[in-house]
Design a protein around this ligand. Structure first.
Ligand code: PLP
Length: 461
């Protein structure tokens, strides 16, 4: 079944229903991705309408979240249906849950190369980041300085900005134009009252990795605690907290085919820690709150699956990503990779399409069932360019023309083919509408079926 839908910003939706019904009867409304022009209401200017395919899902946004693996759903269901007691209870129906929790803890500890006692279950990556940062400040009240980077996730940046309002000083380390961090920058930023260094392991927008082992050794040399937001890494690359030598590490289960609502904080055995959530004595007194048993079991199962599939993610998924990336870069003029090629997550590519607004392309993708993302934040109608790409030196226009594709074990060659089949035509259409069309651009170099515009009309303004 094909649907007509609006290819512009959702707020501009609101086509006259009679007009949409009329469009649906047009013989040209056959191919998903075809663009038509229609009047939103009688007397209004013409606007683009794109034929969509609501049955298709081509999910290439796995850094945002992942599909819960069927094995994970199966593993957690008994703890929602039958074994739903409170693990802190004195009676067997509750306290028998200690065993599955311990097993889950063992599994996630193996995933991060930690001792199970070093694992604190939390509700998400954001909570883990907050816990690590606020703990360091609580442990060292006399220390008023934090070091982070300009390209962290908002789950770190917003905490740091909030702390600045409370009088703390924060140094935001710069990255180069490839998104890389020079350890010498950290060396130069350390101060006598630095309480914590918090630097991500892999960037969620570009996939670029920071040299955490080297950064950790600098911190230890100066007796400064170091935390890493490693949320994007497990299941994609091997992870070993002990070998990296970091004190704290955050993870989030929904990035590795487990449900949302469960995360972890690794706290090195000898690292001083003060709980963020005070309450009951759960998690050995380090995080209050009745345990999310089903979530923990799910995380444990997903951790085991992730380890067993790591080599596949690293080879098959990498090959899919590389084919998608190289075909776009080699065949579509006016495209460039954002960020270093290596060291990088094997599933992520961030590509700039000169002369287009990424939000417009994402909305056209949406009509075709393709899910990808841009780092732009849509706030009060204006598009803020990605802070990550801006920190890498991209102009606001270049940052706003960038798209992130992030793959997972669930993706197939067909997904890559589907994107490559539609992308050139969509870029061509958007560039035709764009006043900022790159001068070098004439037409895509490969064959593409032209858009079917069935209604003779003026161009939208
Ligand atoms: C690098 C990074 N850190 C933290 C988070 C936040 O994780 P959560 O959604 O579990 O709070 C994300 C989620 O996108 C992320 O990519």
């Amino acid at each position: 079944m094909l649907h007509a839908s609006v290819s512009h910003h959702p707020r501009q939706c609101g086509f006259d229903s009679k007009e949409l019904d009329r469009l649906k009867t047009y013989p040209g409304m056959q191919t998903p991705g075809d663009v038509l022009l229609a009047r939103r209401k009688p007397g209004f200017i013409m606007s683009p309408v794109i034929v969509m395919n609501p049955m298709k899902l081509c999910y290439l946004d796995n850094n945002a979240t992942t599909r819960v693996a069927p094995e994970v759903v199966e593993a957690m269901l008994p703890f929602l249906r039958e074994d739903w007691g409170n693990p802190s209870s004195l009676y067997f129906f509750g306290n028998k849950l200690a065993k599955p929790i311990d097993e889950a803890r063992d599994r996630v500890a193996t995933l991060v190369g930690a001792d199970p006692k070093e694992v604190i279950f939390t509700s998400c990556g954001t909570e883990s980041n907050n816990s690590a940062i606020r703990s360091a400040l609580r442990i060292h009240p006399e220390k008023r300085h934090i070091i982070t980077s300009a390209v962290e996730h908002s789950a770190v940046l917003n905490v740091c900005q909030d702390l600045e309002k409370q009088g703390y000083r924060v140094t935001y380390l710069p990255v180069d134009n490839q998104g890389r961090l020079d350890p010498a920058e950290l060396q130069g930023a350390l101060q006598p009252d630095t309480a914590l260094v918090t630097l991500m392991l892999a960037n969620n927008e570009t996939g670029v990795l920071f040299p955490l082992a080297e950064l950790a050794s600098i911190c230890h040399h100066h007796s400064v605690l170091i935390h890493t937001d490693a949320v994007q890494v497990p299941g994609k690359l091997p992870l070993n907290a002990a070998q990296m030598g970091i004190d704290f590490l955050s993870l989030s289960a929904h990035k590795l085919h487990a449900p949302k609502g469960i995360g972890l904080l690794y706290a090195r055995r000898k690292a001083p820690f003060h709980p963020f959530l005070l309450g009951g004595h759960q998690e050995r007194g380090r995080r209050g709150g009745t345990e999310n048993v089903a979530g923990m079991v799910a995380f444990g199962c997903a951790a085991e699956l992730a380890l067993s599939r790591l080599s596949e993610e690293n080879s098959r998924v990498r090959a899919l990503r590389d084919r998608l990336e190289s075909t776009i870069l080699n065949t579509l003029p006016g495209t460039q990779l954002n960020g270093a090629t290596e060291p990088r997550l094997p599933n992520t590519t961030n590509i700039r399409f000169d002369g287009i607004e990424s939000e417009a392309l994402l909305l056209m993708f949406d009509q075709l069932g393709i899910c990808a993302s841009s780092g732009s934040a849509c706030t009060t109608g204006s598009l803020e360019p990605s802070h990550v790409l801006s920190a890498m030196g991209l102009t606001p226009a270049a940052a706003r023309s960038s798209i992130r594709f992030s793959l997972s074990i669930d993706n197939t060659e067909d997904d890559v083919d589907y994107v490559l089949q539609h992308l050139p035509g969509l870029v061509q259409k958007l560039r035709a509408f764009s006043p900022a069309r790159p001068p070098s651009e004439s037409r895509p170099r490969f064959e593409e079926k032209p858009a079917t515009i069935n209604l003779p009309a003026a161009h939208p303004r």
